[in-house]
Design a protein around this ligand. Structure first.
Ligand code: IPM
Ligand code: MN
Length: 360
């Protein structure tokens, strides 16, 4: 029997509540599909910081390295630790494990309404491939003469040949295997999310790498859009998108907009992937920790359950992943059990139990 060791880091705020439902669904899928999951919980969080002066132990990556995958709830509680300190933990794992692809599917489940009139299950089916280890998130720069009239800050982006090329290549490979456009010699499309009209070094460089990689994929359609225009086109013509490849910051921004196409932050998940599988990949809802709702059992666990679906796919348990996706869809279509963000009255655990029940 296949056995997977999964590290669970619930994090802060509502993290414990959503992680509990992710665990429930993962366990149900394992029972139904005949594999074994060993879950191990790590309480690294802002509370941990208050006790230990760090978000996670110094050897945390060594500890996590032995796992097959990581589930991360949500990190951050500004009342306890400043966000730019607490979030170093997330960035340290992404970078430390060279999880250079942040995969963020944008798909609208049936039975979910969104504030965007163009969004239907037929029109919203795209996936953002976000660079996850460098770019604008390189954390290089400094603050100088702070508080004086001459004060200034520098924040440097780093775009390497290797870093750009590998993530763009991943996007093209993904477009080949997704087959969104169906029949014909063109198997998919990769939209280059750029801003090379204004960012005259980094994004011009990025575009050059994109063009060079694209030349190796004559069977995949190419497309280029400035990040500001993408925010408009996502709303106006969501059906025009298949795979979108974006730098770290741009990918972050457009996937928040994407979450509204999906029915809100309660629906959006992502995977931080090491495609070479040298290290564990990490799966998470992309929402924050919503400290004010902690312990109220009111937040939507579907983003976390979607993260489990992605994790199962990554682990090669594709039938189990499909069953999780189907169970989410079934519960949403039935419509009677849903949380408040989807205009329901159900609790976090009622939704988790309903989805797990459909799998079992
Ligand atoms: C995300 C988050 C993080 C990011 C923050 C919390 C650092 O917004 O995962 O989308 O910007 O990557
Ligand atoms: Mn974000």
């Amino acid at each position: 029997m296949a056995r997977y060791r999964v590290a669970v880091i619930p994090g802060d705020g509502v993290g414990n509540e959503v992680a509990a439902e992710a665990n429930r669904v993962l366990t149900a899928a394992a029972t139904r599909f005949g594999f074994d999951v060993g879950l191990e919980n790590f309480v690294w969080s802002c509370d941990w910081y208050l006790q230990h002066g760090e978000m996670m132990p110094e050897d945390a990556l060594d500890t996590l390295a032995g796992f097959d995958a990581i589930f991360l709830g949500c990190i951050g509680d500004a009342a306890k630790v400043p966000d730019d300190v607490s979030l170093t933990m997330l960035l340290a794992i992404r970078k430390g494990f060279d999880q250079y692809v942040n995969l963020r599917p944008i798909r609208l489940y049936p039975g979910v309404t969104t504030p965007i009139a163009t969004a239907t299950p037929e029109t919203v089916d795209m996936i953002v491939v976000r660079e996850n280890t460098e770019g604008e998130y390189s954390r290089l720069g400094g603050m100088f003469k702070v508080g004086s009239p001459e004060g200034f800050a520098l924040q440097t982006g780093v775009f390497t040949q290797k870093g750009c090329e590998r993530v763009i290549r991943y996007a093209f490979d993904l477009a080949r295997s997704r087959r969104k456009l169906g029949a014909g010699p063109i198997v998919g499309r990769v939209t280059n999310c750029t801003k090379s009209n204004a960012l005259n070094y980094s994004m011009v460089f990025w575009d050059k790498v994109y063009d060079a990689v694209a030349a190796g994929y004559p069977d995949v359609a190419t497309d280029k859009a400035l990040v500001d225009a993408i925010t408009m086109w996502f709303v106006k013509n969501p059906e025009a998108f298949d795979v979108i490849v974006a730098s770290n910051l741009f990918g972050d921004i457009i996937t928040d907009l994407g979450s509204m196409l999906q029915g809100g932050m309660g629906m959006a998940a992502g995977g931080n992937i090491d495609p070479e599988r040298r290290h564990p990949s990490m799966f998470e809802p992309i929402h924050g920790s919503a400290p004010k709702y902690t312990g109220m059992g009111r937040v939507n666990p579907i983003a976390s359950i979607e993260a489990v679906r992605m994790m199962l796919d990554h682990l090669g348990e594709n039938a189990a992943a499909d069953a999780v996706g189907q169970a989410i869809a079934d519960v949403l279509v039935a419509g009677d059990i849903r949380t408040r963000d989807l205009d329901g009255t159900s609790s976090t655990s009622e939704v988790g139990k309903a989805i797990a029940g459909r799998i079992g």
